[in-house]
Design a protein around this ligand. Structure first.
Ligand code: HEC
Ligand code: HEC
Ligand code: HEC
Length: 388
């Protein structure tokens, strides 16, 4: 839809507001949440399972009644900054307005200018399924007082222009901290920036500069490759929600903007939290045990016996953080639900396996994968796959 819009390079003439908006819309990843799988783009309907119920994203096509066509400038800035939608409806912070609140007026309005060029589609909101007291939207007033900074980002004079651009892309647009920073008991972001967190059943890893737990061992080139393509040699692929962030957003960013995000992430102070990165092979791992046999039969065809990945670098497991997490949070997720990522070399795809294999087989397989490729003793139980 906006492919071909490029803001990089000196040869490009000053972009129009709509072109700027198209790029910012990508960088802010509005599409990932506002399009349901199999549904028409941006008509909403996708559900987000929260601990207390399910919230559905809404239609953001320019339809006046069911979409965003009736928002004027002031109403648009208000919804992106404070989560107060048309008619005073207070949104839950699954919609990452606590990050978008940092966006400038001009950028927020450019996103709307771009959305208004799209085809209006009538699509009513899917009713949310929330129990009392979480269905009481007015309580979000208090949540916002506690947890929404409601301010614009101002450049830091003691940092480079590149760092400031990276900070803006990561914090105001890409909302990286919404997944990667642990939450407080009131679901606000804690002060432990980028220490890693489990969100909607997936572990978003520690992105601080810690060597053992975070990105300290990644080169700048590794990080840039991961963000722009969804995999990095020796660090595995991006799966689940991170695959979506790459597919719908990060892969459209210019190399200059990716480099700016890398510079910014490098400056995040180290925190030794969460599972450590992969570290070799456990001594007593045996390919002849149940887990090893299942791996050889089922997984090695794509991932190869040594985890290097056949044909595509996206199937390389060795070195991936997901195979070094003793709880196997993301490993269990991909085994249950699969994962997919569109790349410039076609779609990289793995389906789920819970129908075809028993819970004891999948639990043994998980422990084998964690020992063989991550060097950790796994704690994945049969219960993770619906067993006892
Ligand atoms: C992480 C998922 C997510 C992302 C990313 C996201 N949204 Fe949302 N958005 C939602 C959900 C969920 C709701 C409904 C929340 C509720 O009902 O409380 C929503 C609601 C809205 C609404 C309210 C519409 C109405 O009138 O009811 C607007 C406008 C909106 N989003 C615009 C955007 C724009 C623009 C972007 C990108 C800058 C964006 N959203 C990115 C999940 C998301
Ligand atoms: C919707 C949630 C979400 C958002 C938004 C998000 N991430 Fe992630 N991120 C994840 C998850 C989940 C993983 C783990 C993926 C896996 O296991 O393959 C991850 C993995 C990563 C990794 C790999 C870390 C490692 O140790 O392997 C990097 C780097 C990363 N994210 C950077 C970012 C940056 C930079 C942004 C913002 C531009 C961002 N992420 C936004 C959820 C998210
Ligand atoms: C059809 C080929 C195929 C098969 C069979 C397959 N996978 Fe995958 N797997 C992939 C691809 C491709 C990816 C990366 C997809 C992405 O980036 O979203 C992946 C991703 C993963 C990941 C996520 C790695 C990360 O860091 O995010 C794990 C773990 C994994 N596979 C384990 C397994 C196990 C265990 C089996 C055997 C039950 C298996 N896979 C079978 C192709 C396959």
């Amino acid at each position: 839809m906006v492919a071909g819009v490029s803001l990089g390079g000196a040869a490009v003439a000053a972009p129009t507001e709509v072109q700027r908006g198209a790029y910012l819309f990508r960088a802010a990843d509005c599409a990932a949440c506002h399009s349901a799988p199999g549904g028409e783009a941006l008509t909403g309907g996708r559900g987000f399972a929260l601990p207390f119920g399910t919230v559905h994203a809404t239609n953001i096509t320019p339809d006046r009644e069911t979409g965003i066509g009736a928002y004027d400038d002031a109403a648009w800035l208000r919804v992106l900054r404070t989560g107060v939608a048309r008619g005073g409806k207070r949104l839950y912070p699954v919609m990452p307005y606590p990050a978008y609140t940092l966006m400038s007026d001009a950028d927020a309005l450019a996103i709307r200018a771009y959305l208004l060029t799209l085809k209006p589609v009538r699509a009513e909101a899917v009713p949310n399924d929330l129990g009392f007291p979480f269905n009481q939207r007015w309580t979000m007033v208090f949540w916002n007082m506690l947890n929404n900074p409601d301010r614009r980002m101002t450049p830091r004079a003691d940092r480079s222009a590149q760092w400031n651009r990276g900070a803006y892309l990561a914090e105001a647009l890409g909302h990286c901290s919404q997944c990667h920073t642990p939450r407080t008991i009131t679901y606000g972001l804690s002060g432990r920036a980028y220490a890693g967190a489990v969100q909607v059943g997936w572990r978003a890893y520690n992105l601080t500069s810690d060597r053992e737990h975070g990105l300290g061992g990644w080169s700048d080139a590794d990080l840039a490759q991961y963000l722009s393509t969804g995999r990095a040699v020796g660090h595995g692929p991006a799966s689940g929600p991170m695959a979506e962030a790459v597919e719908d957003s990060l892969r459209y960013l210019t190399p200059e903007d990716i480099a700016a995000i890398v510079v910014y992430m490098r400056s995040v102070p180290a925190r030794a939290e969460g599972p450590a990165v992969a570290s070799g092979v456990l001594g007593d791992v045996s390919a002849g045990d149940l887990g090893g046999r299942v791996f050889a039969q089922v997984c090695a065809g794509c991932h190869l016996p040594d985890g290097r990945g056949r044909q595509s670098g996206w199937a390389a497991l060795a070195g991936a953080h997901s195979v070094a997490d003793p709880e196997g949070v993301n490993l269990v997720q991909v085994l249950r639900s699969g994962t997919a990522l569109k790349t410039d070399q076609g779609e990289m795809f793995m389906h789920g396996f819970t129908g075809a294999y028993t819970a004891p087989e999948l639990a043994a397989l998980s422990d084998y994968v964690l020992a063989r490729f991550g060097g950790v003793r796994g704690r994945v139980t049969e219960g993770a796959f619906g067993g006892k």
